[in-house]
Design a binder for this molecule. Structure first.
Ligand code: AMP
Ligand code: ZN
Length: 113
């Protein structure tokens, strides 16, 4: 069972921010800033390396890029924000379905979070 696949199917509740054919974007349950949205491809990829190896990976990556822009517009992140992808155990990835954290709504420190 993959948590984010279940969220995308609607079997586990989430707070939707933006959705299109290829992505599903919802609020992180444990936000670290006023805006903390997870941009998730609707097709399951384990991580950023998995998407690089897939024939349709480029399409999904491009869709994620568009979705990040849509989330930024919807959340009014005009003065900037941070995008984070954790990859693998040492990268701090806890949900093994590729996702991008879009974090903003406050002036972020130069340090990584
Ligand atoms: P990562 O550590 O990069 O794999 O990020 C996983 C993120 O998923 C964490 O920031 C969690 O707070 C978030 N998360 C876990 N379960 C849920 C959930 N049911 N709904 C929304 N976000 C979740
Ligand atoms: Zn999944």
């Amino acid at each position: 069972m993959c948590l984010f696949c279940e969220i995308i199917k609607g079997n586990i509740p989430s707070t939707l921010v933006y959705e299109d054919d290829m992505t599903y974007c919802f609020r992180d349950i444990n936000p670290v800033a006023p805006t903390h949205v997870l941009v998730v491809p609707k097709k399951h990829f384990d991580n950023i390396r998995d998407i690089a190896a897939a024939a349709d990976g480029a399409q999904y990556l491009s869709a994620c890029s568009k979705a990040i822009d849509e989330v930024a517009k919807l959340e009014g992140l005009d003065s900037g924000f941070r995008v984070i992808n954790n990859c693998g155990e040492d990268g701090g990835q806890t949900v093994m379905h590729l996702h991008f954290h879009v974090i903003g709504g406050v002036k972020l420190t130069e340090k990584m979070i």
